[in-house]
Structure formats: structure tokens, C-alpha cells
Design a protein around this ligand. Structure first.
Ligand code: B16
Ligand code: MG
Length: 229
């Protein structure tokens, strides 16, 4: 059997931490008098912490000096970590553990490719860290998704070519990054947003054994697309 590298995004694919980002950003925004909605939070998915704060300040038409900016970033992260601290295995999204077990059993390689600087801590909290051969997160990249850097580093960390890798992603920018890296891109969420992905599933629990076999045996991104049509 061929060996592929399976690169997982974290928030929106393995766990739903977006709800905690929302609560922490909402508190911070309201302390600045900036309204912040769940729809705006959607636009922060997959976006780095710095960029998220930049967006919120732009929406609220608020400017500040670098010291204030950095202190708000710390404040938001402190609030976010109080939620992360309470996380347990119960918060792992459906189908994740089953898929990870299956990949392990099949001798496939597994990596994380996330924008979060808290990724390792979150994987520890939900007891999944042991599955990952390589972790690339917000601490290791200089260019955010849609730049392919995070996934290219994941491939090299696994000792594989980019074309031997598959990405699971819930954010449009992440799908663009996977495509730019020439990896098979599997969108997790709604096809109305993730239409650039090679395949879209509502959740990892919808990845059937037949589809997984197609993914593993695909000789290229293009042949995968043709085979699943
Ligand atoms: P942190 P992902 C992303 O995670 C989140 O979707 C995004 O909302 C967040 O701003 C970003 O991580 C940075 O997170 O503040 O923990 O460094 O989807 O790339 O796993
Ligand atoms: Mg995500």
C-alpha cells in the first residue's frame, strides 16, 4: 500500500475551538466598544491571532500603538486559554478518532497544520498528541494560509513530497494553501464556501472506507479528482 501524509487543520476539523475564540474576542471587542458578531467570527476562522485583531480593530475603526496592540493580544489569549484549560476528549469532532486509528493501523503518516500557537496544548488537552508524527503550527510559520508554507513544512516534517500529502481543512484560505502546495484538498464544512477543494465532506465521520482507499491510492491530485467523479 502507498504511504501518504495526512495533514489535519485543528480548529474546525479536529475540535471546534472557534466558539472559544468567539467568546474571548467578543469580550475584548466589547471592552473597546466594538460590536462583534458570530458572522464576523466566521471571517476569523483559520486567520492568525495578529490578523484577527487587525480585522476587529478595522471593523471598529479603532487605531492603537504597538504596545497596546500587543497587550490586547496577550489579554485575548489569556481569556482563550481559560476555556482551553477546561477541554476534554468529549470535544473531539465526530469521526476524528476513528480516522486517526485507521490511518495508524494502515501505516499512514499524520501531521498537524494549524495557524494556532496553542495547537500542541489543545491536542494534549483532548489526548490526541500521540497520533501526530509532526506538528506545524503558528509558532513555526512566517506566512499565513493561503500561503502553502504550513503544509509544505508538514510534508517535509513527514519526509514526504508535497504531492504525496492530503489536507483536511475547514477554512477557504486553508483549501487555497493546500491547492497551492499541490496536495489533495478535502474541505470539512459546506461546499458553497469550500468549492475549491477536491472533495468536500460535512465532517470527517463522512469519509467512507471506499473514499479513504481512493485517497490513499491516488497517484496525483488530478487522478483523485477524476476517480471520485
Ligand atoms: P491562536 P486553525 C486557527 O486555527 C483559528 O481558526 C483562528 O480563528 C485563530 O485565530 C488561529 O488559529 C490562531 O489561534 O490564537 O491560538 O494562535 O483552524 O488554523 O487550526
Ligand atoms: Mg480551521
Amino acid at each position: 500500500m502507498t504511504t501518504k501524509g495526512f495533514i489535519f487543520d485543528l480548529d474546525g476539523v479536529i475540535v471546534d475551538t472557534a466558539k472559544y475564540h468567539f467568546l474571548a474576542w467578543k469580550d475584548l471587542a466589547s471592552s473597546l466598544g466594538i460590536p462583534f458578531t458570530e458572522a464576523q467570527n466566521e471571517q476569523l476562522k483559520g486567520v492568525s491571532r495578529v490578523e484577527s485583531l487587525n480585522k476587529i480593530l478595522t471593523w471598529g475603526n479603532v487605531t492603537m500603538n504597538p504596545e497596546q496592540f500587543s497587550s490586547l493580544m496577550n489579554e485575548k489569549n489569556k481569556a482563550y486559554l481559560t476555556f482551553i484549560d477546561q477541554m476534554t476528549e468529549d470535544e473531539i469532532l465526530p469521526g476524528v478518532v476513528h480516522l486517526l486509528d485507521k490511518l495508524l493501523e494502515m501505516g499512514q503518516k499524520i501531521a498537524l497544520g494549524s495557524a494556532s500557537k496553542n495547537a500542541k496544548l489543545i491536542l494534549e488537552k483532548v489526548n490526541l498528541l500521540g497520533y501526530f508524527d509532526c506538528i506545524v503550527d503558528g509558532n513555526h510559520v512566517s506566512k499565513a494560509k493561503p500561503d502553502p508554507e504550513v503544509f509544505l513544512r508538514g510534508a517535509s516534517g513527514l519526509g514526504l513530497e508535497a504531492t504525496q500529502c492530503v489536507v483536511f481543512e475547514d477554512a477557504v484560505a486553508g483549501i487555497k494553501a493546500a491547492n497551492a502546495a499541490q496536495m489533495i484538498s478535502i474541505g470539512i464544512g459546506k461546499s458553497e464556501y469550500l468549492y475549491e477543494a477536491d472533495l468536500v465532506l460535512v465532517g470527517l465521520d463522512h469519509l467512507s472506507d471506499v473514499l479513504l482507499t481512493h485517497v490513499i491510492n491516488a497517484s496525483s491530485k488530478n487522478s483523485f479528482k477524476i476517480n471520485i467523479k
